[in-house]
Design a protein around this ligand. Structure first.
Ligand SMILES: Nc1nc2c(c(=O)[nH]1)N[C@H]1C(S)=C(S)[C@@H](COP(=O)(O)O)O[C@H]1N2
Ligand SMILES: [Mo]
Length: 402
């Protein structure tokens, strides 16, 4: 196995070396993420839009969403912690434990790949804070545009099959999930999440090793990550190392304090054991859509017919319709939906715009799910800026011409 090293390109080699030495001492793991100065590219990735490089937070340019599946080297990267170990596949183990498991077990990658049924699912991975930067008034946190998401084919094993080998006690309530990355300071709470038992046992919840037919890229969770179709990506733990079946609500920082939304303000996913008076964890995605081939404020040289296209998605009911308006929302026309890759995949759509005259057009798009959930004109305010799904509005200038 090649000893791959992953690093953020930096001009300050010696600084980076010093930094990573400290990280190595703390983590006891091979080559951690290096780099102390801003960098534009991550090793193995095409050019993405950088928000922070330590920890690495990079989004995908919207123009890269033109394909049904987002290429691995263009897939966004989101981390809470800067110490990201470079895991060797043959040394990696997944530990199953917790007070509500019958037999604690440990699996190698080889065992997971050979002893369980391998399944593949197309699913959208969407950061809870995607489009946070669009909230008015602004909300603190990474100011994501529309590119903190990606659609991929995920291949691996069902979490429920792996848990069944260990045996689940009747008292089981939640399954906690931990990844191998950690904070630079020992006091930083590790990124550990939990799922309610029914979601953990859902047949679509996977431990995935492959993404779009290849091993997971380092930055997207090599060698194994959780895939929770329909729920926002905060639960899609990368570099998964430990699963604990618990009889009590998991009370880590990333469940009790972070990633919470006001109760009853959004549709979808319950999480009873983590709900308090007014708040609950973010769970299911909300219905949403995006234009991928035009930019706000763009000028086109003529009034020729043009295709407007993009993607639409929801929490897994599937998309029923996508409508486009070119007059600021007075009239709406049905876009055509392209191939259906399954209810957890985004759905590509397109519509032909035949402008009657030059001038300024207000283009809008809105999706409706098969459960009847429809995008509204405004996003629902919430303190952490999650679930931004306002109808997208862009201005297009069409010049006189051929
Ligand atoms: N180990 C680990 N897994 C993680 C995170 C993390 O910080 N560490 N972030 C989560 C969040 S909030 C998101 S949006 C997705 C991003 O997945 P990606 O980096 O593969 O695009 O990973 C999730 N899994
Ligand atoms: Mo996220």
């Amino acid at each position: 196995m090649v000893d791959r090293r992953h690093f953020i390109k930096t001009s300050a080699g010696s600084l980076a070396a010093l930094g990573s030495l400290a990280l190595l001492q703390r983590s006891g793991l091979a080559a951690a993420t290096e780099g102390a100065l801003p960098a534009d590219t991550l090793s193995g990735k095409a050019k993405l839009i950088k928000h922070t490089d330590r920890p690495p937070n990079y989004e995908t340019p919207v123009s890269d969403f033109d394909a049904p599946f987002t290429p691995n080297d263009r897939f966004f990267v989101r981390y809470h912690h800067a110490v990201i170990p470079d895991i060797k596949a043959d040394e990696w183990r997944l530990r199953i434990g917790g007070d509500a498991v019958n037999t604690p077990l440990e699996f190698s990658l080889e065992q997971l790949r050979t002893d369980f049924e391998q399944v593949e699912i197309a699913a959208l991975c969407l950061c809870s804070g995607n489009r946070r930067g669009l909230f008015q008034p602004p909300v603190p946190g990474i100011q994501w545009g529309s590119g903190a998401m990606g659609n991929a084919r995920w291949r691996g094993v069902r979490l429920k099959d792996v848990l069944a080998k260990a045996g689940i006690d009747k008292s089981a309530l939640e399954v906690s999930l931990a990844g191998a990355d950690s904070g630079v300071l020992p006091t930083t709470p590790d990124f550990v999440k939990s799922l309610p038992l029914d979601k953990a046992l859902d047949e679509n919840t996977l431990i995935a090793f492959d993404m779009n037919g290849e091993a997971l890229p380092h930055w997207n969770g090599f060698p194994a990550r959780l895939v929770v179709p329909g729920w926002t990506a905060t639960y899609w733990i990368k570099h998964l190392t430990a699963l604990n079946v618990l009889s009590k609500p998991f009370d880590g920082f990333w469940m009790k304090t972070a990633y919470r939304i006001p109760k009853d303000r959004f549709p979808g996913g319950q999480f009873g054991s983590q709900e308090t008076g007014a708040a609950m964890p973010i769970t299911a995605m909300v219905v949403n859509s995006l234009i991928t081939n035009l930019e706000d404020g763009q000028t086109l040289p003529s009034t020729q017919a043009m295709e407007i296209k993009g993607v639409a998605w929801d929490s897994g009911n599937g998309i029923a319709q996508v409508e486009v308006s070119t007059d600021g929302g007075s009239h709406w026309q049905q876009a055509a939906l392209k191939q259906d890759y399954g209810r957890f995949s985004w759905r590509q759509w397109h519509w032909v715009f035949e402008p009657k005259h030059s001038g300024t057009y207000r283009i809008m798009v809105r999706a409706t799910s098969r459960s009847g959930e429809k995008q509204a004109l405004e996003a629902i305010p919430n303190p952490s800026g999650y679930h931004h799904n306002a109808v997208q509005k862009i201005t297009l200038h069409l010049a006189q011409g051929e």
